[in-house]
Design a protein around this ligand. Structure first.
Ligand SMILES: N[C@H](CCC[C@H](N)C(=O)O)C(=O)O
Length: 276
């Protein structure tokens, strides 16, 4: 099968993006793994497949696959790259685009300054909408990780996040605890593990060990989940600058029942064609 694709990234979180509207693309797990291999394939943290919408009032549907082949509900950096892709590929000339994901419709918007703002929807908490064996909708939960008990906030942005506060992200136990939290038995569908350093009430530093991809240079839904967790813990105000290893995002959340807004960049690295 031969098809065109774009290689893109959102703050170093990198994607292969495929037009599944004008091309017919059958993605098997094997093909996903081949494409995602950083030595023998193209390489990506996630692959985004753009398709026609299922509901007439929407503009597109897009499917999100982690590097390990698992299909997931939501991707923040991917949503920004999606907007840039459909605009550059002339699949639409709209500025605000309604796109269906596995967990609802999001509305990314191309700003005049080239940044992209995405309404990432309303966050939800355990045990609603997130497969987590919890005592209830607490602000945080103790979680036994190896020989340590860590205090996590559990937030769903459509996809599940377990966020903890650390003194300094530079020496946070991301490599040690990330895989243990990702596959913890209390997360039957696995989870993204966030490590957040509070700089001040309007600024954090964040590293995320992503479900199905390992640590990435940035995680958009992870940034949303971390800010929501920090606000719920009383540590952050409503608008927060999030420093990831790949660059900065601005995240805002007005509180329970309101959507999270994310603003940041997206970049196209190259366009290619592949036969696999
Ligand atoms: N690894 C995530 C999907 C990608 C999310 C991330 N790349 C983002 O920008 O939100 C998961 O399994 O839920």
């Amino acid at each position: 099968m031969k098809f065109k694709f774009s290689k893109m990234h959102g703050l170093g979180n990198d994607f292969v993006v495929i037009d599944g509207v004008r091309q017919t693309v059958q993605l098997t797990t094997e093909r996903l793994r081949q494409l995602g291999d950083r030595h023998t394939g193209v390489g990506f943290d996630q692959l985004l497949l753009v398709e026609a919408p299922q509901a007439a009032e929407n503009d597109f549907r897009y499917r999100i696959f982690n590097n390990d082949g698992s299909e997931v509900e939501q991707c923040g950096n991917g949503a920004r790259c999606f907007v840039k892709f459909v605009t550059e590929q002339k699949l639409t000339n709209k500025r605000a685009i309604r796109v269906e994901t596995a967990k609802g419709v999001i509305v990314p918007m191309l700003d005049d300054n080239g940044l992209i703002t995405v309404d990432m929807g309303v966050p939800r908490f355990a045990p609603l909408d997130i497969p987590f064996i919890a005592e209830g909708d607490a602000i945080s939960h103790p979680l036994q990780v190896g020989e340590h008990s860590v205090d996590i906030s559990v937030v769903s942005m459509g996809n599940p996040h377990a966020v903890q506060v650390v003194a300094n992200v530079d020496n946070a136990p991301v490599a040690e605890q990330g895989p243990l939290i990702e596959r913890h038995s209390r997360f039957p569908e696995r989870v993204n593990a966030g490590f957040m350093q509070i700089v001040n009430r309007g600024e954090i530093r964040l590293r995320v060990y992503e479900r199905g991809a390992g640590e990435t240079l940035a995680c958009g839904t992870g940034a949303c989940a971390a800010v929501v967790a920090g606000i719920r813990r009383g540590l952050l105000d409503k608008v927060v600058l999030v420093h990831t290893r790949g660059g900065d995002l601005t995240i805002s959340w007005g509180g329970p029942g309101l959507p999270v807004k994310m603003t940041g960049p997206a970049a196209t690295v190259f366009n290619g064609e592949i036969e696999i």
